[in-house]
Write a protein that binds this ligand. Structure first.
Ligand code: GLA
Length: 748
């Protein structure tokens, strides 16, 4: 159908009457009587937009607290020099018709122009949620989620856009992605695709995001949203240490526990862009999606381009409420792993203890020492592979995934069997073996590179810049994807390996075209989808030089990710609190390492390091036990037993940040079971201080009417939830730095 889209030179808005809503079966998606106003609502939130009657453009109305009616086009007359697109709060903004702000969609047509003219043509409402072809996404059935699909058409270029909106009412969450279909006869190129785009009203806002670097991930950044463009992006080819694909917009008065906030999380692992722009009207455009520097995606006639998904949540319980919505949505409707809600085995990883310097007998010895401490999983990190180019340092062997015969003369099978024969101290449980891999990479000194130099990312004759002495394989090539699937399958076939740490230690530089980044991501997702589907029994852990790929895209496939190469207890507090803004602590891998710490040189007590690491789903050690004192060796089994006791609450509970390390000398956080019958509190003292005294620690999330037994393992007290939450605990701290207290709460 061809629809005329009249162009106005000045916008004369009108105050529309409140529209009656006709709701779908699940009552979550409503359409106005005119068939052109839409509302996605739970009892707490509403997301509203409508079709502009003049232009057939989509106009954003509201994303926030629940509103019973739609109030479309409330903006009235906005005078100024512009077109029908300049002074409107738009839902799917394009470039080229007078909207001078950053667009969500930017398409180059075969004749070179980049004007798009999408007009509304209709909608569909479906129960449940369709999957996104080739991309990770949240999922759910009819009782969990409903989907509204808005159809737009550009008559000038014969391109259709279908906008997918899904609402998960239990989580106060709305997800968005779109599909562009080329119905014409000539190629077009998608230059820019922001899956999320809304224009918020003129209100004071602060933007909160996570920045950082290697060994310094997820630092919290909070600033006012002022006029002009502000935002952040990753152009590193992956989500990166530098910026995480997450942002929040909050009122200046919003705290951890009170006040309105919207959070946005991109379910994607490649380069991304977050753009926030305050316009002359004061309106704030919020965009999150692909990085236009790494897109230029060609769409041939008949082809479809699908944008990755953005998940947005709204909370009036501050940043803590936002985080809890993300955490429960991601555990219940993003993660596909069998392990998401499972207690994770305490592990010992060989990296910081032995590095590359080991052989089978030293590894088996380390596994035995791990078992004697109470670890049931032993992880052989980097250095186990390579025949012609044995991996004795980080310049060799990536790509050659066969065991190094000098280290493992009989291959992996007998080695794994030897480890498997070890029993965990005082149990009949056999130690399981895990392996480190970095399959997306290749060392120039490797058989693979000698055979297939064309398989690595490269741009013509440009230098193939090395980083950590390695190159990136081009997973946009199906033969590369198939190679990786085959080698990982053969490792898993060769021995009963129960855990895989999948690393990725560099960004992508030279690419044959900007679109190679997205093609690489689609290839990566195909590989991981294949392997995790075929091997749900394996506990998969993501890693990228620490937390450089801690993103919602990869959390779809595996349940946990290594949080940082910085294992210093103090630094980890900042990193883990920051990472918990969008991602559940149950998905974090956190280990106790030796002191002085390898990265920072700081010495903190063993109990402090263990308490910090116990705040995560996957707990372990990254040290050589033979270097520990007898006192430390005697203490570790007790630390593991405490950690294992509280791990189910950490994995399944709701997370409350009570005091942030950025703001308090006494940071604290707690987990409360969904039934409010058990909880665990982690409290820390960074520096010994005589004055001021620590503030009372007011707990959250407990049942005010219930009585809880509070215990630190040696003493017990009984208090009601109301006392614990309204008066709070006055913890008494020793006069020493880096102290920690773990308390458990059990309803009786
Ligand atoms: C990366 C990881 C580390 C370790 C090394 C091995 O840096 O983040 O945990 O696995 O690689 O080379």
């Amino acid at each position: 159908m061809r629809i005329q889209t009249p162009l106005a030179t000045n916008v004369v808005g009108s105050l529309f009457p409140l529209l009656a809503l006709c709701q779908d079966n699940a009552n979550w998606i409503s359409v106005g009587d005119d068939g052109r106003s839409f509302s996605l609502s739970s009892s707490n939130v509403s997301y509203q937009f409508h079709v502009d009657p003049l232009t057939l453009d989509l106009i954003h109305d509201h994303w926030g607290a629940y509103a019973a009616e739609t109030v479309p086009d409330f903006n009235g007359v906005v005078s100024g020099w512009g077109t029908a697109y300049t002074y409107r709060r738009r839902e799917f903004p394009d470039l080229g018709r007078g909207d001078f702000r950053v667009p969500a969609i930017h398409i180059q047509h075969s004749d070179g122009d980049t004007v798009s003219a999408f007009s509304y043509t209709g909608y569909d409402i479906n129960p449940g949620k369709p999957s996104l072809p080739g991309l990770p996404a949240t999922y759910g059935s009819e009782g969990d989620v409903s989907t509204l699909i808005i159809h737009l058409y550009d008559n000038y270029s014969d391109i259709s856009a279908d906008l997918y909106y899904s609402i998960f009412p239990r989580y106060n969450a709305v997800t968005r992605s779109f599909r562009i279909t080329n119905n014409g006869s000539r190629d077009v190129t998608v230059l820019r695709a922001s899956s999320w785009s809304i224009d918020m009203p003129n209100e004071e806002l602060e933007m909160i995001d996570l920045y950082g670097d290697w060994a310094a991930e997820a630092r919290i950044n909070r600033r006012s949203v002022t006029y002009g463009e502000q935002g952040f992006r990753s152009s590193a080819g992956y989500s990166s240490h530098f910026h995480n694909p997450f942002l929040a917009l909050a009122s200046p008065s919003t705290t951890e526990s009170f006040g309105p906030v919207t959070g946005y999380s991109l379910v994607y692992t490649g380069s991304f862009s977050a753009d926030v722009e305050r316009w002359s009207t004061g309106w704030v455009r919020v965009l999150l999606g692909l990085n236009p520097l790494h897109l230029s995606w060609p769409v041939a006639p008949g082809e479809v381009f699908t944008s990755p998904e953005v998940v947005s949540v709204y909370s009036e319980q501050g940043l803590g409420g936002m985080s809890r919505s993300f955490h429960s949505l991601y555990r219940n409707h993003l993660s596909r792993s069998n392990y998401t809600f499972e207690t994770r085995p305490p592990l010992l990883n060989s990296w910081e203890g032995l590095g590359f310097d080991f052989n089978q007998s030293s590894m088996v010895k380390l596994a035995k020492e791990a078992a004697d401490l109470g670890c049931s999983l032993f992880v052989n990190d980097d250095g186990w592979f390579g025949t012609d180019y044995p991996r004795n340092n980080d310049s060799l062997g990536l790509g050659d995934w066969t065991p190094d015969p000098a280290k493992f003369p009989d291959g992996l099978g007998p080695y794994v069997e030897q480890v498997d024969n070890i029993l965990v101290q005082n149990t009949s449980e056999h130690v399981k073996l895990g392996l480190w891999v970095e399959p997306e990479m290749v060392s120039p000194d490797s058989d693979l590179y000698k055979r297939h130099p064309e398989w690595c990312m490269h741009a013509g004759n440009h230098n193939r810049t090395l980083q950590r002495n390695q190159l990136v394989l081009n997973l946009g090539l199906q033969e590369v994807q198939d190679y990786i699937i085959t080698v990982i399958e053969s490792i898993l076939d060769s021995a009963p390996i129960k855990y895989i740490k999948w690393d990725n230690n560099r960004g992508i530089h030279e690419m044959s075209s900007p679109s190679a980044n997205h093609a690489n991501m689609l290839g990566l997702y195909r590989v991981i989808d294949n392997l995790t589907t075929a091997h749900p029994e394996v506990l998969w852990e993501g890693c990228a030089s620490g937390g450089a790929r801690f993103d919602a895209g990869l959390l779809h496939y595996w349940p946990q990710s290594w949080t940082s190469d910085d294992t210093d207890g103090l630094e980890r507090l900042y990193i883990q609190f920051g990472t918990s803004y969008p991602y559940p602590p149950s998905a974090m891998g956190c280990h106790v390492s030796a002191v002085p710490n390898h990265q920072t040189g700081r010495t903190t007590p063993l109990a402090f390091r263990a308490a910090v690491a116990s705040m995560c789903g996957s707990f372990g050690f990254e040290l050589d036990p033979s270097t520990l004192t007898q006192e430390e060796l005697d203490t570790i089994p007790k630390l593991i037993s405490t950690q294992q006791r509280i791990n189910p609450t950490v994995i399944n509970g709701d997370f409350y940040r009570l005091a942030l390390p950025d703001q308090s000398n006494w940071p604290a956080a707690m987990f409360v079971s969904p039934e409010h019958d058990s909880a665990v509190l982690f409290a820390f003292q960074i520096r010994s201080a005589l004055k001021p005294l620590p503030p009372p620690l007011k707990l959250q999330g407990l049942d005010p009417d219930a009585k809880y037994t509070v215990s630190n393992g040696t003493w017990e007290q009984n208090w009601s939830g109301s006392t614990l939450m309204n008066i709070g605990l006055s913890l008494s701290w020793p006069t020493s730095d880096y102290e920690s207290i773990i308390l458990t709460f059990d309803r009786h």
